[in-house]
Design a protein around this ligand. Sequence first.
Ligand code: C5P
Length: 231
Amino acid sequence: MDPRQRLIVALDVSSSAAARNIVAAVGDSALTYKVGMQLYTAEGPAAVRELVGSGRRVFLDLKYHDIPNTVASAVREAAQLGVTMLTVHASGGGKMLRAAVDAAQATKPDALVLAVTVLTSLDDVDLGKIGLRGGVLDQVLRLAALALSNGCKGVVASAHEAAALREEFGNDFAIVTPGVRPAGSGHDDQARVVTPSEAIAAGSSHIVVGRPITEAADPAAEARAILGQIG
Ligand code: C5P
């Protein structure tokens, strides 16, 4: 696989102008950009249309979580905007996941509906406090099973769960992993940070990288360095 197929650059900025600067600085080192709730809330669908219009792929990360009909309606709008990937919360349940997948299928069949399993900011203690016993890995596996059995073609999960997901469910789905730090960035001694190559080795199919690229003095060079680590 071309390593550029695996790299997603997160545009966590507050304006289309700032997003445009990053995209221009990255150049052709990345094909896919993540639009999350910050940029989407600030600029709305225009930010997505601009990226799609300029030939970039968009991962719309709004983590939909509502009743099935509402989520299906939102997914339809996202697919009409031309997004390539979008997120829903797996904990919205099987009916919601199926409705999201069906809506994407009917509107833009190649759009990938990704189910968010457990946010990487949560640990076993946090899960206990929202009434979930059994820990992060159990919950990730349970939600991934629900997502895949309801037609989702991928999940969002940390690299720490990727190997278990591959073992349990095989290779025929995407694992999109955020919280990745390039080797040698000075952060790689931190406990839960993984490098791009570690994420891919663990079974992640895609990595999401934000600030290490977007705040780099030379974003294109940083993106190329990451591509070199996963190529
Ligand atoms: O930290 P960085 O700037 O690379 O984050 C890029 C994206 O990855 C953010 O938009 C955030 O949503 C996501 N992220 C995450 N879990 C982390 C770190 C970042 O989901 N531990």
